[in-house]
Design a protein around this ligand. Structure first.
Ligand SMILES: Nc1nc2c(ncn2[C@@H]2O[C@H](COP(=O)(O)OP(=O)(O)OP(=O)(O)O)[C@@H](O)[C@H]2O)c(=O)[nH]1
Ligand SMILES: [Mg+2]
Length: 421
C-alpha cells in the first residue's frame, strides 16, 4: 500500500510540577525550603529520512506524544526532562496545521530536523519563591500543560522530471528503459497506482524521473484515479508529456494532449506552466507516422516532439539529450516557498472577562492558566502572589472598567472571591 497523505495528532510533553518541600533531617525541624524544579516536557521534531518512501508509518500509528517532564523533588532535585520525540518522514513531506491549513514545515533534505512543538516548561520549586520577607513559601509552580495538535502530512515527491500521460501510453515502459526502476507494465489502464521513481544516468549527469498513474479527462472532478497524485510532479522541474501517437486504443493523440493540459491547468497553473517536451510513443504501430505528422503540424512550433518506440528503446537517446540539456537551464528542485507557521507558546499575559448567568465576573484566558499553575488555594503567600499578578496585569483595572462593585463575585479558575476595592 502506498500512502501519501495522512492525518496525525502530536503533543509535546507537559512540564513537570515544581516541588514544595522543606529541609528535614534529624535535629532540624524548621529547615528552609528545598523543593526542586520540575523537568521540561519533551519537544516534537520531524526529520527527513531518505530511506523512507511513503507515509505508511502514519497509517498504522497516528498519535505521537513526547514524554512529560518529571516532578521536582526535595533537596532541590530537578525533575527529569521528558525525551524529545523525533519523527522520521520521507523527503518531500509537507506538514500542515490541520485547522488552518498553514504549512508548518517542508522536510526537503536528508537529516533536516525541524522543531514543531516545544515541550512545556517545568514549574519552579518552592525554593525559587523565597524572598526577603517570604522565607517559607508553601507553594510551587505547576509545569506548563501542552495541547495536542492535529497535523496533515502530505508527500510531494522530489523529482527532476515528471512523466505525464493518459493510461497505457507507455509511461512505465519508458521509465523502465531509461532507469533501473522496475515498474509494473501491462496492457490495461491504471496499471500504475502509485508513483515510481527512477534515477536516469546520462553523460555526466543523473536525474530523478517520477512516473505517476495515468490521468484522464475529468480527473479534476475525480474521474479515473482523480488528480490527487499530481502532487508528485508538482515540484518537478520539467514534464515529459507522453502521447500514444498510434491511437491504437481508439483515442486521438491531439485530443489527448489538449485534454491533459487542461487538467493540469485545473490542478495548478504552476504545474501547467512547467516546461514540457512531448514524447510520441508507439511509433512501431501502423498509422503512427501519419498521426505524428498531424501532431507536429499542430504543436510543432510550441513543443519539441520526440517520436519513440519505448518498447524497443528507439528514439530514447535523442529525447534524453533534450532532457539533459533542458535541465541544465532550469533551477534545481526547490523546497516550497511558504510562510512558516509556528505554534505560539501561550501568551500568558492575555485574559478576557465574561459575565456568567449570576452576574459574576469570570476571568478567562492564558493568564488564568498561569495563575492556576502558581496558586495554592489555602496558602496565604500564594494568594498574595495572585493579588499582585492581577493588579500588575491590569485585571483589576479591567474589572473596574466593566463597572464592578464591592461585593461582586470574581471567578478565576477554581478561585472565587468577593471584590473589594
Ligand atoms: N507497441 C507498443 N506498445 C507499447 C509501447 N510502449 C508501451 N507499450 C505497451 O503499452 C501498454 C501499457 O504500457 P505501460 O508502460 O504500462 O503504460 P502506462 O502509461 O504506464 O499505463 P498506466 O500505468 O496504466 O497509466 C503495455 O502493454 C506496453 O507493453 C511501444 O512503444 N509500442
Ligand atoms: Mg504505468
Amino acid at each position: 500500500m502506498f500512502v501519501d497523505k495522512e492525518h496525525i495528532i502530536v503533543k509535546a510533553g507537559n512540564g513537570g510540577d515544581g516541588a514544595t518541600s522543606f529541609i528535614h533531617y534529624k535535629g532540624v525541624t524548621n529547615g528552609g525550603p528545598d523543593g526542586g524544579d520540575g523537568g521540561d516536557g519533551g519537544s516534537i521534531y520531524f526529520i527527513g529520512d531518505k530511506r523512507k518512501s511513503s507515509l505508511i508509518d502514519f497509517y498504522y500509528k497516528r498519535k505521537y506524544f513526547a514524554e512529560n517532564g518529571s516532578k521536582g523533588g526535595p533537596k532541590k532535585c530537578y525533575g527529569k526532562s521528558g525525551e524529545d520525540l523525533v519523527i522520521p518522514v520521507p523527503l518531500g513531506t509537507v506538514i500542515r496545521d490541520k485547522q488552518t491549513g498553514n504549512i508548518v514545515c517542508d522536510i526537503f533534505y536528508d537529516g533536516e530536523k525541524k522543531l514543531v512543538l516545544q515541550g512545556g516548561t517545568g514549574g519552579k520549586g518552592n525554593v525559587k519563591f523565597c524572598t526577603a520577607t517570604r522565607h517559607a513559601p508553601h507553594f510551587a509552580q505547576k509545569g506548563v500543560q501542552t495541547e495536542p495538535v492535529r497535523l496533515v502530512l502530505e508527500l510531494k515527491t522530489i523529482a527532476d522530471v515528471g512523466l505525464l500521460g493518459f493510461p497505457s501510453v507507455g509511461k512505465s515502459t519508458l521509465l523502465s528503459k531509461i532507469s533501473g526502476a522496475k515498474p509494473k507494465i501491462a496492457a490495461y489502464h491504471f496499471t500504475t497506482l502509485s508513483p515510481n521513481l527512477g534515477v536516469v544516468r546520462h553523460y555526466d549527469d543523473s536525474f530523478v524521473v517520477a512516473d505517476i498513474p495515468g490521468l484522464i479527462e475529468g480527473a479534476a472532478q475525480g474521474a479515473g484515479l482523480g488528480h490527487e497524485f499530481l502532487r508528485h510532479i508538482e515540484r518537478t522541474r520539467m514534464l515529459i508529456h507522453i502521447v500514444d501517437i498510434s491511437g491504437v486504443e481508439g483515442r486521438d493523440p491531439i485530443d489527448d494532449f489538449i485534454k491533459l493540459n487542461k487538467e493540469l491547468e485545473e490542478y495548478d497553473i504552476n504545474v501547467a506552466n512547467l516546461k514540457q517536451i512531448v514524447v510520441a510513443n508507439k511509433m512501431d504501430i501502423d498509422g503512427a507516422e501519419e498521426n505524428l505528422k498531424a501532431f507536429k503540424k499542430k504543436f510543432g512550433k510550441k513543443y519539441k516532439i520526440f517520436p519513440i518506440t519505448a518498447l524497443n528503446s528507439q528514439g530514447i537517446e535523442e529525447m534524453l539529450d533534450e532532457v539533459y540539456q533542458t535541465l541544465k537551464t532550469l533551477p534545481p528542485v526547490q523546497p516550497i516557498e511558504y510562510e512558516e507557521f509556528k505554534y505560539e507558546r501561550k501568551d500568558e499575559s492575555q485574559f478576557d472577562i465574561v459575565r456568567d448567568d449570576d452576574g459574576a465576573y469570570v476571568v478567562v484566558g492564558p493568564l488564568v492558566d498561569l495563575l492556576c499553575r502558581n496558586v495554592v488555594l489555602d496558602d496565604v503567600d500564594s494568594l498574595a502572589y495572585m493579588q499582585k499578578t492581577l493588579r500588575n496585569r491590569g485585571v483589576f483595572k479591567a474589572l473596574k472598567k466593566l463597572g464592578i462593585k464591592d461585593g461582586d463575585t470574581v471567578v478565576i479558575g477554581e478561585v472565587e472571591f468577593d471584590y473589594l476595592d
